[in-house]
Design a protein around this ligand. Structure first.
Ligand SMILES: [Zn+2]
Length: 296
C-alpha cells in the first residue's frame, strides 16, 4: 500500500480545470491516493511512521467509497488525489487498508513523517475539512458543488465560486535579554507552555496584529519585530506566521480570559525544562524557541 515518494509536491494549479486530464488520472494505475477519515490521516503500521499512499491499481473500491475527491497535484511524476472516507463506518476494516494502516492526528505525528509525506497529508486533510464544512453556500444556503479538481465549491443559484479559506495567525516569541515569554492556555496538557499566538483581524496588517496580540495577552509593548517563517496549520485552516519581538519592559500583565499563565523563562530553563514542557518539533513554536536559544 505504501508507494515510494522521493520528489516534490507540485500543486500544478493550471491543470485543475483540465477535467479530461483529471478523469484520466483517476483511472491510472500510477496515480497516488491519499485517504483521509474525518480529521485523521492514515499512517502505515510498522516501525517507521510513513504515510499511506494507495497506488491507483489498488484504489478502485476506495474511490467508490469516497464522499469527496480532490486533486492535490503531482507528487514526483505521479498524479495525487485526496479521498474523503469520512462516511465509512469502519475505515480501517476496508479491504485495501485492513491490517496495513492506522489513523493518526498530524498534529502529533506530522514531525515523524518524511517532510514531503507530511506536506501531502496536511494538504489533503485541510482540503477535505474545508469540503465537509462547505456543502452549502454561506450566502444563500443552497447546496454547493465541487469544481476545478475540488479547489472550488460552486453555488449555481448565485453563480458564485467559494474558495478554500486560510486563516492567518501571528505567533510571536517575546524576548528580553536572556529570557523569553512562554504561556499556557487553560485546558492544555498539564505543564505545557508555548508561544503566544492569535488571529489576524480584518483590515489589520500582520505587524499590527503581532503587536496587538502581545499587548492584549501579556500587557507588553514590543518593538524590533522580526519575521521568522511561516507554517501551514490546517487544524482546521490556519497559517501561522512566526515573529520574534523585543519587549520594552519585564512587567507581564496576563490576560486571564485567554491565558492560564505566562512568564519569563531564561535560556537555561528552556534548554533543561523542569516541571514544564514546550511544543514538539513539528510546530513553528518549537522552531521559534530553538532559534531564540541559538541566538548569540
Ligand atoms: Zn449561494
Amino acid at each position: 500500500v505504501i508507494a515510494e515518494v522521493t520528489e516534490r509536491l507540485d500543486r500544478a494549479a493550471h491543470l485543475r480545470r483540465d477535467t479530461d486530464r483529471l478523469m484520466a488520472a483517476l483511472d491510472s494505475p500510477k496515480t497516488l491516493f491519499v485517504p483521509v477519515y474525518r480529521d485523521q490521516n492514515f499512517v502505515a503500521t510498522g516501525a517507521e511512521v510513513r504515510a499511506v499512499l494507495v497506488p491507483g491499481d489498488r484504489a478502485a473500491t476506495l474511490i467508490d467509497a469516497a464522499s469527496e475527491i480532490v486533486w492535490l497535484g503531482i507528487v514526483g511524476d505521479k498524479n495525487c488525489f485526496a479521498l474523503d472516507l469520512s462516511n465509512l463506518p469502519e475505515p480501517l476494516e476496508h479491504p485495501t487498508l485492513a491490517g496495513l494502516a492506522a489513523l493518526a492526528d498530524l498534529r502529533f505525528v506530522g514531525g515523524l513523517l518524511p517532510a514531503l509525506e507530511a506536506d501531502v497529508l496536511v494538504y489533503a486533510r485541510g482540503m477535505l475539512n474545508w469540503h465537509r464544512r462547505h456543502h452549502f453556500c454561506s450566502s444563500c444556503g443552497q447546496p454547493t458543488k465541487p469544481r476545478e479538481g475540488g479547489h472550488v465549491r460552486f453555488c449555481e443559484a448565485e453563480d458564485y465560486k467559494h474558495f478554500p479559506r486560510t486563516d492567518p495567525a501571528v505567533m510571536v516569541i517575546v524576548c528580553r535579554g536572556d529570557k523569553c515569554v512562554l504561556a499556557r492556555q487553560p485546558g492544555w496538557p498539564k505543564g505545557f507552555y508555548a508561544v503566544n499566538a492569535g488571529f489576524i483581524e480584518p483590515g489589520e496588517s500582520v505587524e499590527d496584529a503581532a503587536i496587538r496580540e502581545v499587548k492584549e495577552e501579556l500587557g507588553l509593548d514590543v518593538g524590533d519585530l522580526r519575521y521568522f517563517r511561516s507554517q501551514p496549520w490546517p487544524f482546521p485552516s490556519s497559517l501561522m506566521l512566526g515573529f520574534r519581538a523585543e519587549a520594552a519592559s519585564d512587567e507581564i500583565h496576563v490576560d486571564r480570559e485567554e491565558l492560564e499563565d505566562a512568564r519569563w523563562f531564561s535560556r537555561d530553563e528552556v534548554r533543561n525544562p523542569v516541571g514544564f514542557a514546550t511544543p514538539p518539533p513539528y510546530s513553528l513554536a518549537h522552531h521559534l524557541i530553538r532559534a531564540f536559544l541559538e541566538e548569540k
